[in-house]
Write a protein that binds this ligand. Structure first.
Ligand code: BGC
Length: 550
């Protein structure tokens, strides 16, 4: 390991969409000025890195993942000036910003595509992937079954078919073309100058996949390595967080060699197994998930999450496990999507029980990697299943019980998406203002967990071991790093459980860092940890020592 600043190993990332966070000008759409106004909230929550979903100029047919101009901010959200104010203000509060970078495809409204379809001799024609006649049965499926049928679409103007793994309005870019790769470098360089600390690389797996009838890339990972070396040459501590929903045995390759590729990988494998463990209220699916992952200590870092703004994808679980998750967390057909996922928020999946939500987040924070929170989960927001597709989990943040949940003072008919105003997750019951005022609210507990995670760099840096317990419902693990040891114990079920743990030297003092339960030394030197239903605790074993971050 070199003398690099690996800040990303010890941060809590908050993922959010500007348009649903806070509307400062009453037009019904969240904006950068609103985000600047509410940075204090994020600072108090304790998050130290924001991941912004796409905010670029867009026809907005896929929540901004259809980009029409990489160098402009969507005018509904503000201006480039507002963006720079935002990165400046965030930095002043010690909060870094990473932004979504969607370069697997563009919008079909992007000037490159418009030029490409109009003129076969345009230099932009080869920015995309074309065929005169698609194969009868393409070997790649659309990513959105039920919403799209095919990966080829006929364009009347071009008189040819173009390739798109996502929606038909998102033509795939041809990453074999060196000019496209040069364009990507320019875009990355531009945003680095405006103060970002890195990028969430959208659809990294599909970027390097074989596209249409094009020959495969000779060295697929070179595309991602090029991005990394460029980004690092411009900004020494900038990071790349990849969306690589690939088979477990393909994942290690995304980290490259000696840190020359991705720094962080969204951990879809663990997300599915963690969900299964929460559904069964048993530790074994989580242990199995950890065992499926390659050992990346020394090269990279996992980015762990419970929910995001997409479907909760359990497609990588076995058939039986998937059925169990669907039965417990998605009993109604309308809660499911694409045959592989749930369009639900975490809180309603856990019946709105703050103890279970806190347990789930503590567990997430205790897993090896960098934790990510999706905006709204910190107060336990619900979903709106009357909205189409993934929009069910993309409703505006509830700030208070004022009209429009305090998100906007505009006309309710103008809101970017409706406020949840019915049932136990209505804004009148679940909102920031109420939870700020209440001791031990979910917001309060989340903030405590974020602070504790920050206090324990061993979790980002240390050697991780799963500890054997004799209880099906208890997951226990430990981290050792530079003479510091932290042990976490989580009871996933409703019944009290006591587990004896072998924590080494019986003379080591034990301190509880966060959580509940009792711990007592037994005569045999082992420590008995007793946890009530859905309780957890983090223990420091031995004294705390100063640590170096490289
Ligand atoms: C994003 C999705 C989006 C897709 C296409 C995904 O990985 O998370 O929301 O639809 O990329 O850009």
């Amino acid at each position: 390991m070199g003398l690099e600043d690996k800040w990303h190993k010890n941060e809590t990332i908050y993922s959010m969409d500007v348009e649903t966070f806070y509307d400062s000008d009453g037009d019904g759409v969240g904006d950068f000025q609103g985000l600047i106004d509410r940075l204090g909230y994020l600072s108090r929550l304790g998050v130290s890195c924001i991941w912004l979903l796409p905010f670029y100029e867009t026809p907005n047919l896929d929540n901004g993942y259809d980009i029409a101009d990489y160098y402009q901010v969507d005018s509904r959200l503000g201006t480039l000036g507002d963006f720079v104010e935002f990165t400046h203000e965030a930095r002043a509060r010690g909060i870094r910003v990473i932004i979504d970078m969607v370069v697997n495809h563009t919008s079909d409204q992007h000037p490159w595509f418009q030029a490409a379809r109009r003129d076969p001799d345009s230099p932009y024609r080869d920015y995309y992937v074309w065929t005169d006649e698609p194969a009868q049965a393409p070997d790649k499926d659309t990513f959105f079954p039920g919403e799209e049928e095919d990966v080829w679409n006929y364009d009347e103007v071009a008189e040819a078919y173009y390739y798109h793994r996502f929606y038909r309005f998102q033509p795939d870019l041809n990453l074999r073309n060196p000019d496209v790769r040069e364009e990507i470098r320019k875009i990355l360089g531009f945003w680095l100058e405006l103060g970002v600390s890195g990028f969430r690389v959208d659809a990294a797996t599909l970027m390097i996949d074989q596209k249409g009838d094009l020959p495969p890339l000779e060295e697929p990972h070179s595309v991602l390595k090029e991005m990394k070396s460029f980004v690092r040459s411009r900004e020494g501590d900038a990071v790349l967080l990849a969306e690589a929903d690939d088979a477990p045995d393909e994942l290690e390759a995304y980290f490259g060699e000696d840190g020359n590729e991705m720094d962080l990988l969204l951990n879809f494998v663990l997300n599915a197994h963690l969900t299964h463990a929460l559904a069964r209220e048993e530790a074994s699916p989580l242990v199995a998930g950890l065992e499926r992952l390659p050992d990346v200590s020394g090269t990279g870092q996992w980015a762990n999450f419970l929910r995001n703004y997409d479907e909760l994808n359990v497609g990588r679980l076995s058939g039986g496990a998937r059925a169990e998750v669907f039965e417990t967390f998605g009993p109604e057909e309308r809660m499911r999507i694409y045959g592989r996922g749930l369009r639900r928020r975490l809180a309603p999946m856990l019946e709105g029980d703050p103890d279970r939500i806190e347990l789930a987040y503590s567990l997430l924070f205790a897993l090896p990697g960098t934790p990510i929170i999706v905006s709204g989960d910190e107060i336990g927001m619900g979903e709106d299943l009357s909205l189409p597709g993934r929009n069910a989990v993309r409703t505006p943040l509830h700030w208070s019980d004022d009209p429009n949940a305090g998100f906007s003072n505009g006309d309710p008919d103008d809101l970017v998406r409706g406020i949840i105003d019915e049932g136990p997750f209505s804004y009148e019951h679940v909102n920031v203002a109420a939870q700020r005022a209440e001791q031990n609210s979910l917001l309060d507990r989340m903030s405590r967990l974020i602070g504790t995670r920050k206090e324990c760099p061993s979790l980002g840096w240390g050697a991780h071991t799963v500890l054997a317990t004799d209880s099906d419902s208890v997951f226990a693990n430990r981290y050792d790093w530079e003479e510091n040891t932290v042990v976490t114990v989580h009871n996933l079920a409703a019944d009290t459980a006591t587990v004896p743990l072998d924590l080494g030297d019986p003379d080591d003092p034990l301190h509880r860092l966060v959580g509940a339960g009792e711990h007592t030394r037994r005569d045999d030197g082992r420590v008995a940890v007793e946890l009530g239903g859905y309780e957890y605790c983090w223990l420091r074993v031995g004294a705390e020592h100063a640590t170096r971050h490289w």
